[in-house]
Design a binder for this molecule. Structure first.
Ligand code: ZN
Length: 154
């Protein structure tokens, strides 16, 4: 099977059947994100225990890429420390922008591979914001402490 086809299937699957979708009533952190270029809106909910992410969920509506990215993100950050989640974000960011790859620690390589389907957006600069919205919103939630934050990517 052509790898590009496989990756598109994963994006479509997560876009249509997002994982971890719906509000998290006992979230310790959350933030709203908006990508005006495409109209994507997302709210990221996270529950921290110390510096470990014990739960991550999202709500919102947007294109298949933004939804798939949020769905995959909530899967890979769960049970990670904040430092590990940040390493995944830095690596993912270079993947989708076509920048120089930032290597991941060996323990995170499998998770990095799970985000690979979205790397194709680097050929479509207008869609990069769709793929990074959930991650920027996640970062905003973390930096805002336990109060609501908002991020707008443009
Ligand atoms: Zn979009």
């Amino acid at each position: 099977m052509d790898l590009r086809e496989l990756y598109q299937d994963i994006i479509l699957d997560h876009g249509r059947h997002p994982r971890n979708f719906g509000a998290l009533s006992d979230a310790s952190h959350f933030a709203h994100g908006h990508n005006p270029l495409c109209g994507d809106k997302v709210t990221i909910f996270v529950k921290l225990d110390g510096d470990r992410i014990v739960e991550a969920r999202f709500e919102g509506h947007g294109c298949a890429i933004s939804t798939a990215s949020a769905s995959l993100m909530t899967e890979v950050v769960k049970n990670k420390t904040l430092a590990e989640a940040d390493a995944l974000f830095q690596n993912f960011h270079t993947k989708v922008t076509g920048g120089e790859q930032i290597a991941l620690p060996a323990a995170l390589e499998d998770d990095g591979d799970r985000l690979e389907p979205l790397a194709g957006v680097k050929s479509y600069p207008a869609r990069v914001k769709c793929a990074t919205l959930a991650w920027h919103t996640f970062e905003a939630a973390m930096h805002a402490g336990s109060i609501a934050a908002a991020v707008k990517t443009e």
